[in-house]
Design a protein around this ligand. Structure first.
Ligand code: BG6
Length: 488
């Protein structure tokens, strides 16, 4: 693999994300040769750490994937730490000095990746300071990677974007949605656009409904404070769920070029129906909160959660796509904490054949609509439900499912989302990062729902921990004569 030179400056280097995801991903890229000699990492945060201590922390974060000590020592020797107050200009002077020294030492040629793994209220000031203190180089690339949440609603997201735009242009900003780094999310376009049997049927003539489930078994863990101010709608739907919808809905892009793909996703997001009045929202979006059950405490008893909270830990909704291809096809989505299983999958349910020739009475199985299942995680792969004839005499049906599920080893060896995304950012490939216009359009959609819910504080339903959500989520589909497809 060809090496790409870069200086990474990680703001929030002492944090959990850096430890769990960034250092191991950088290590994997190092082992694969994408970064080798011409790279350095400056970790920065408020805490007073030394380079030595920082290197120990980095070494600890990769201990499960280290094969030999030499490789580890070589890798961590590229890491430097500088304690930093993001509001203090003097610190950026120091940061610049260190950047230049490392650039020379490792022959980096001006390439910079600034990674903001910290709270978004600091994004603006960091951007401004990087610019005013001339940390942005003119002899290499300069890329800014930022983590969610990108705003709290459309207004705050717009403000944030305007702040960043003072120092970085849209094509230098890489907004992470880690779902876009997942193998099977990237596979959606592959299977859609390279198979005639799907592409030809991928529309409202042949597809009856689509169901997207992102269920988690964990509760809010130690993130009560963040989560209680956020809720499942902002935490999961605004980003991951709507990104999945966009990939399913978009028109074929002109090419796989990042801007071609993202232009189609922007159009897709623009075609989502905005629920304009409160009743439409309440009819089409259900929110829930887990209560005690299956030996788990209820949400309001979790640490750092307001005991009176009516923040939702579950959302189910019906999304309509008002364009030529999709008019009339409901996209049902659901996501929540403390559900019965950790599972992410998409079911695409096709329409029934227009006339069933096969027996429907006095038989065990009847013809069923075809379903294409995209297993995102933990299973990764595809399944397709088909009808066949039961072996023997007669015309009785047998439903079968054809599976192509990655084996454990292939799954385990496939690059982790952050590894892929870091490599994409090194390569300057924005395809799997969200464009500002996608973020903008997603918030526009989410704000409608949020506003109606904020107005109707008590419109929230309990569900037992360890279940698949409140009864109202089932009612949502039952009204349209559908049911959540529970098999996976
Ligand atoms: C994050 C959310 O974006 O995604 C978390 O903030 C959630 O609340 C996580 O647990 C789920 O990601 P994954 O990859 O485990 O499905």
């Amino acid at each position: 693999n060809t090496e790409i030179s870069a200086l990474f400056t990680i703001f929030g280097a002492t944090g959990d994300l850096a430890h769990r995801k960034l250092y191991p991903s950088l290590f994997r890229l190092f082992k694969k040769g994408y970064i080798q000699k011409n790279f350095a990492v400056i970790g920065t945060a408020r805490r007073e750490w030394t380079d030595t201590y920082f290197r120990e922390v980095v070494a600890d974060s990769v201990k499960d994937i280290v094969e030999n000590e030499e490789e580890l020592t070589e890798f961590t020797s590229h890491f430097y730490y500088i304690s930093h107050n993001v509001n203090d200009a003097a610190h950026y002077v120091e940061l610049k000095k260190l950047s230049e020294t490392l650039d020379e030492k490792y022959t980096i040629n001006g390439n910079r990746i600034f990674y903001l793994a910290m709270a978004p209220q600091f994004f603006g000031v960091i951007g401004d300071m990087l610019k005013s203190n001339h940390l942005i180089t003119d002899n290499g690339f300069n890329r800014l990677i930022i983590e969610k949440p990108f705003g709290h609603d459309l207004q705050s997201a717009t403000e944030l974007n305007e702040q960043l735009a003072r120092s970085f242009s849209e094509d230098q900003i890489y907004r992470i949605d880690h779902y876009l780094g997942k193998e099977m999310i990237q596979n959606i376009s592959a299977v859609r656009f390279s198979n005639m049997i799907f592409e030809a049927l991928w529309n409202n003539k042949y597809i009856d409904n689509v169901q997207i489930t992102l269920s988690e078994t964990v509760g809010v863990e130690d993130r009560g404070d963040y989560y209680d101010h956020t809720g499942a709608l902002r935490d999961m739907v605004q980003n991951h769920v709507l990104q999945i919808v966009a990939l399913l809905v978009m028109e074929p892009p002109l090419s796989l070029d990042g801007n071609d793909v993202r232009n189609e996703k922007i159009k897709a997001l623009r075609s989502l129906r905005l629920y304009e009045n409160k009743q439409d929202v309440l009819d089409n979006f259900v929110r829930g909160q887990y209560v005690a059950g299956n030996e788990q405490v209820g949400y309001t008893d979790e640490p750092n959660v307001n005991p009176e909270s009516n923040t939702e830990t579950f959302v189910a909704g019906k999304i309509m796509v008002d364009n030529f291809r999709w008019a009339g096809v409901p996209f049902y989505i659901r996501t929540g904490k403390r559900m019965s299983q950790k599972d992410t999958y998409i079911h695409i349910q096709f329409k029934h054949v227009s006339m069933n020739l096969f027996p429907t009475e006095g038989v065990e199985e009847v013809a069923q609509p075809n379903i294409l299942t995209i297993h995102i995680s933990p299973l990764e792969g595809f399944s397709l439900r088909l009808n066949t004839k039961r072996v023997g005499q007669g015309t009785e049906m047998k439903n079968i499912r054809m599976h192509q599920i990655l084996d454990e080893q292939t799954s385990a060896n496939s690059p982790e989302a952050y590894e892929r995304l870091l490599l994409d950012s090194l390569n300057g490939d924005p395809t799997n990062f969200t464009h500002w216009k996608e973020v903008e359009q997603s918030w526009r959609f989410i704000d409608q729902i949020r506003n109606a819910w904020d107005d109707e504080e008590n419109y929230i339903f309990d569900y037992e921990s360890g279940s698949m959500g409140p009864k109202e989520s089932y009612d949502l589909l039952a009204r349209d004569n559908f049911d959540w497809i529970e098999f996976n």
